[in-house]
Design a protein around this ligand. Structure first.
Ligand SMILES: Cc1cc2nc3c(=O)[nH]c(=O)nc-3n(C[C@H](O)[C@H](O)[C@H](O)COP(=O)(O)O)c2cc1C
Length: 207
């Protein structure tokens, strides 16, 4: 039973990571939202995996800043409302074939409100209980070309300069996130998941 594994070829390898809504500023100063999930924290930095064909990557490279907004599980339908859209106009042919359409105002489409940032010009998403203001540190191309010549994968490292947490998910009087209250939205093999069960903590947890 323990060794009853199959060799399979899944179409995606999205094993389960939190959903991040990246806000960037377009050329005309308006704000764009890029839903993504290939992200992880490394000390005070976050590493982002983004297709070069996204408006988010183009904006982040041009302006050198973005906000990372972490939706709670209850916002999954809002995220899905903007999932089929891109800020890129015209829509790249390979994405149009998949059913993507251009959307200039993803805040309105997703039912999200703009919240100004404190250190950078790029705004936050008010409905997300956890938000990071960040500046781009470095960007390099994935060594493996994927999906033909239309896009490559960019690996972008951003420096977290300020963290905003809604008071409902902060342990009062501390800098700790209250994990009993924070309910992140996860993306698992193209399904949305939430309501994770607390199984215990590491020896290093302070709260
Ligand atoms: C839940 C979710 C997770 C996604 N994760 C990623 C990701 O990690 N990297 C990426 O490049 N695109 C990801 N996408 C696809 C982008 O959101 C999509 O390409 C979108 O059109 C980009 O928007 P933009 O062109 O306006 O930036 C994800 C989409 C959804 C809905």
């Amino acid at each position: 039973m323990l060794q009853d594994h199959r060799s399979i070829a899944p179409p995606v390898l999205y094993f389960g990571t939190p959903v991040v809504l990246i806000v960037t500023r377009n050329h005309d100063g308006s704000a764009n939202i890029t839903p993504m999930s290939s992200a992880w924290a490394l000390g005070s930095c976050v590493v982002l995996g983004l297709s070069s064909a996204t408006q988010g990557a183009t904006n982040l490279l041009r302006n050198g800043e973005c906000t990372l907004n972490f939706p709670s599980a209850c916002l999954w339908a809002n995220v899905e409302r903007i999932a089929r859209t891109t800020g890129v106009n015209p829509v790249p042919a390979y994405k149009a074939e998949m059913g993507f359409v251009h959307e200039a105002d993803k805040f309105a489409l997703g039912g999200f409100a703009v919240q100004p940032s404190e250190l950078i010009l790029t705004p936050r998403i008010a409905e997300c209980p956890l938000q990071f203001e960040t500046r781009l540190l470095t960007c390099h191309r994935s060594a493996k070309q994927q999906g033909g010549a239309a896009s490559t994968h960019l690996i972008m490292e951003v420096d977290v300069q300020r963290v905003h947490a809604h008071r409902s998910i902060v342990v009062p009087g501390t800098n700790h996130i209250d994990t009993a209250q924070w309910n992140p939205l996860f993306y698992v093999f193209r399904h949305y998941f939430g309501d994770a069960v607390d199984l215990g903590k590491t020896f290093r947890a302070e709260y």
